[in-house]
Unconditional design. Structure first.
Length: 380
């Protein structure tokens, strides 16, 4: 018998337990002298569950949940999108990408727009599909847009390693992977970001382990809890963070013990280390963060689209904001602004006509705010 998600969700989520946790949150919140406690969720899946379930409205007034970087698509800089678009314009290229990259706007176009006028842009659901496309189209260059956090990096690493072993010479990846701990350090160091605790990403932590967040949080005397994705997980996580703040505990705790261990997935981490090496990387909203990107090691450098097609994409310049529309995605990603603060939100920018990645991405905070607003479906 397969996994019964509905049965699992009903078992873990129930009103009586939720009320008990809320009581615990209120009790500890009353011990905090500050007028406001800011807690940032780093993962876009958490953002959507928070909005959908109405958790913000359940919490004491002084506890504020803030949305952070959210998802890899949201923090991918315009110059990467422009590079992908330039590559799609070449008649001998096939672009393979996850679907949420299609509608993200570059300087003057998008992959979706290029596909509509003839570019060969194909949506895949696994990096391995790109290898199959390359085998079927040996006269073409197949370029996989490798965008993702630690969650999806092992699949890209396996794609490259298997292509190397099988001698697939017409397959490339456009490196755009990022690692979260370095971004977390940049967030807590940012002078404009006022965050007391972090709801840490569960998917990332399954691969990386919870221990990777300890150093940046302890260094800046902050606390964080690795969190699962049910609304009960999030309530429990908030309770644990508030208790850590009251008790002046810094570092990381793990609420998502059913899936995350301190050391993470050793096999996946070994594969990542074999194929990739850390590099400096640009994040939308955060700028360039040292050591937060991943590039192919010398052994696999022939699979790098950035290296292979440097003459095509090397001279591209990007404009972060449209001259016609103001998009505040960069500020939204740091919780310096909420989606409604953007003049384009729900007017010039909506899910059917998105201007920025925070509305394009299914995990973006603008998308969540537009879909659920300030109310939720779950009532206690």
């Amino acid at each position: 018998m397969g996994f019964n998600y509905a049965e699992f969700s009903e078992k873990i989520n129930n009103a009586d337990r939720a009320r008990g946790i809320l009581g615990r949150i209120c009790e500890y919140a009353s011990k905090i002298r500050a007028d406001r406690v800011n807690i940032m969720e780093v993962c876009g899946t958490h953002t959507h569950e928070i909005f959908k379930s109405g958790i913000k409205g359940m919490l004491p007034e002084k506890i504020k949940l803030k949305s952070g970087p959210g998802c890899p698509v949201c923090v991918t800089p315009v110059k990467y999108i422009d590079a992908a678009i330039m590559l799609s314009k070449q008649k001998n290229n096939i672009i393979a990408t996850f679907g949420d990259m299609l509608r993200v706007a570059g300087t003057g176009s998008s992959l979706e727009a290029e596909r509509s006028i003839g570019a060969d842009v194909r949506v895949v659901y696994s990096p391995q599909e790109a290898a199959a496309i390359a085998v079927e189209n040996k006269a073409k260059n197949v370029i996989f847009l490798s965008v993702g956090f630690e969650t999806t990096v092992p699949a890209s690493a396996f794609l490259v390693k298997s292509a190397f072993e099988k001698g697939i010479s017409n397959l490339f990846i456009l490196e755009g992977n990022k690692t979260v701990p370095e971004a977390l350090s940049a967030i807590v160091s940012h002078p404009g970001v006022k965050v007391d605790g972090f709801i840490l990403p569960g998917h990332v932590s399954v691969v990386s382990g919870s221990n990777v967040f300890s150093a940046p949080l302890e260094k800046h005397m902050k606390c964080g809890v690795v969190c699962g994705f049910e609304y009960m997980d999030i309530l429990m996580c908030v309770a644990m963070i508030i208790e850590m703040i009251v008790n002046k505990e810094f570092g990381v705790k793990n609420e998502y013990i059913r899936a995350v261990t301190p050391g993470g997935n050793a096999a996946a981490k070994k594969l990542i280390e074999e194929v990739f090496t850390p590099c400096d990387c640009e994040w939308r909203g955060l700028g360039t963060i040292s050591g937060s990107g991943l590039k192919l090691r010398e052994k696999y450098i022939s699979f790098s689209a950035g290296e292979r097609f440097a003459e095509i994409i090397g001279g591209q310049s990007s404009i972060e904001a449209s001259k016609k529309n103001i998009c505040r995605c960069a500020e939204v990603l740091l919780s310096l602004a909420e989606p409604p603060d953007c003049p384009s939100f729900s007017s010039a920018c909506d899910p059917l006509n998105p201007l920025g990645p925070c509305m394009v991405s299914a995990e973006g905070s603008c998308s969540a705010y537009y879909k659920y607003g300030r109310t939720g479906d779950i009532k206690l």
